[in-house]
Each structure stands twice: as C-alpha cells, then as structure tokens.
Write a protein that binds this ligand. Structure first.
Ligand code: ZN
Ligand code: ZN
Length: 174
C-alpha cells in the first residue's frame, strides 16, 4: 500500500504540478522505494535529481544529509520560512532560474505552470503579470499575456498567498 503523501504547505499538490511522480525508484536518502519520487530541481553537490522521495524532502532529512535545497531564490522572508521553502518544499522547473513568490511576508503556495487559457480564471494573477511588464507598451504587454502557454514558453508560474488568498504569478522563457 502506498503511504499518504506528506503535506507541503508551500506546494500543496506537487503531483498535479509534476514535481512528484509515481516511481519505483529507491530514494538516496532513506534507501526505500516508497512509490513516489521528486523530479524537480535539486541544488546539491551530488546529483540527486529523480533520486529523492517526498517524505525525505518534507521532514528535512534530504536537505540535512546532502546540504540540498530545492529552490534557490527566495527573497524577503524570515529565516524559518526561508528554510521551510528552500529545504522542505519540492521546487518546480522553470525556463530560467526559478524564484519563489512572496506575499504578506511569507512564501506563497505554488499552484503550477499556466498559460493564457488558465490565466483567465485568475484576474489577480493577470494583474501581477501586467505589473511585471509595466515598462512595455500596453498593447505589447497584452499580446505577451496572450502568448503564455502552460506546457511551452513563455509560461507563467501561478502562486496563491497563504495568508490573504491573492493569486500572483511571474513568467519566463528561455
Ligand atoms: Zn526518502
Ligand atoms: Zn497576501
């Protein structure tokens, strides 16, 4: 029987976002094949990609043992929140260096990659993407938003503030 996946407050559904997949692979930290493996980025001296289970990420044992983190760039949060996000939360893969969005002085929950079609449901996230392109002529910014695609590029990364519920997003491409 497969164990219940651990709870990740900053990445509530890592199976839906594709960061954690079903796998028979053995975890390099607990040496057990537990039915799931993390396939997102790992910043560590050793190559641990596709070799860590979600439980060893959630309890901090993988980060502690391998000095690993799963997201590199998190700005402007307290140290305990920073460690929770970088060391005990599955990261996500972007086209550029990923960074975690912050709202209400805490990391927001990562909901996944989205494109223009999905973005329509989140006017607050659209607003944050318009803000990101504020230096562009308005028509060009709108055109850019319409080219966003969930599986290709440019793509947008959707988050939701854990405190106030606001959706926010940023976008990137190669
Ligand atoms: Zn493990
Ligand atoms: Zn907020």
């Amino acid at each position: 029987m497969t164990e219940q996946l651990p709870v990740f407050p900053y990445h509530p559904d890592p199976v839906a976002t594709g960061a954690i997949v079903r796998s028979d692979a053995e975890c390099s930290c607990c040496d057990r094949a537990r039915g799931y493996v993390y396939v997102g980025p790992v910043y560590a001296a050793e190559n641990l990609r596709n070799r860590l289970c979600p439980w060893c990420i959630a309890d901090g044992s993988a980060a502690g043992r391998f000095e690993a983190q799963f997201t590199d760039v998190v700005d402007d949060v307290s140290m305990d929140r920073l460690f929770a996000i970088t060391q005990r939360t599955p990261g996500f893969s972007g086209w550029q260096q990923e960074h975690w969005l912050i709202h209400c002085e805490d990391g927001a929950a990562f909901l996944g990659s989205i494109g223009a079609a999905e973005l329509a449901a989140y006017p607050d996230a659209s607003a944050s993407l318009r803000q990101e392109r504020a230096s562009w002529p308005k028509s060009q910014a709108e055109q850019y938003l319409n080219t966003l695609t969930r599986d290709g590029q440019p793509t947008a990364y959707l988050f939701q503030c854990r405190a106030c519920g606001t959706h926010l997003a940023y976008s990137d491409a190669t």
